[in-house]
Design a protein around this ligand. Structure first.
Ligand code: ATP
Length: 204
């Protein structure tokens, strides 16, 4: 899997958030986008993911040099971000079962097993709307870590997590291998393992 951007730009009304972004992002590598609040990390990640349309330039996804159509991008990626909602009316087990029906988990992991891996077994039959913000964040990260997807996008990954949750994140994120990992962060301990740290301010 490879993502290539050429002269990528995004603006909201008249304000350019970034311009002329040329990137080649390769499977098996991790990249972290850093920059102050409001610099455009989330906007860039969402644009690369195809969640937000670009205002100019191009993004290409390819597998072994064959292009992936934009309608199929979502099959290849998982995103965990504070602004993306879970389905609140479902219980955790229902949510995982629903998710698995369109994006299976790695290594044949079942929804039951995933509840345990996320340390949320006690809440398996609870509706997501009754979860705390930290519990919801654990679910988002669990889906990102354990879904069988070639691109993993984590925006502010440890937001709302307690100490144990942060330790769990640190352990899990280091175990990702072979995938393309993109992180948006302002907290060095979220990406201290990542060799490619890119300050987004350069594209202002
Ligand atoms: N839907 C929108 N409409 C208009 N402006 C927006 C919209 N979304 C984001 N912005 C603006 O784009 C800029 C970049 O926001 P973004 O959330 O990408 O920054 P960020 O680097 O992720 O910030 P933070 O570190 O606070 O999460 C900000 O000035 C923000 O106000």
């Amino acid at each position: 899997m490879q993502i290539t951007t050429e002269r990528l730009g995004k603006r909201f009304r008249r304000e350019w958030i970034f311009r002329n972004v040329d990137l080649t992002l390769l499977a098996g590598n991790s990249y972290t986008f850093v920059g102050p609040n409001g610099s455009g990390k989330s906007t860039l990640l969402q644009t690369i993911a195809g969640v937000l349309p670009a205002s100019e330039g191009t993004i290409r996804y390819s597998v072994e040099e064959k292009p992936v159509e934009i309608d199929d991008w979502f099959r290849h990626l998982v995103i965990a971000a504070p602004y993306l909602e879970l389905i609140e009316e479902l219980t955790l087990l229902e949510l995982l079962t629903f998710h698995q029906s369109f994006k299976p988990f790695k290594n044949g992991i079942t929804p039951d097993q995933l509840c345990e891996l996320m340390y949320l077994n006690h809440a398996r039959n609870k509706e997501i709307k009754a979860f705390s913000s930290g519990m919801k964040q654990r679910v988002k990260l669990g889906l990102a870590f354990y879904s069988d997807a070639s691109i993993v996008i984590l925006d502010e990954p440890t937001s709302n997590l307690d100490k144990q949750g942060v330790a769990w994140y640190s352990e899990q994120v280091r175990q990702l291998s072979g995938q393309l990992l993109l992180i948006g962060s302002n907290q060095p301990d979220e990406y201290d393992f990542c060799p490619n740290v890119i300050d987004i301010s350069r594209w202002k």
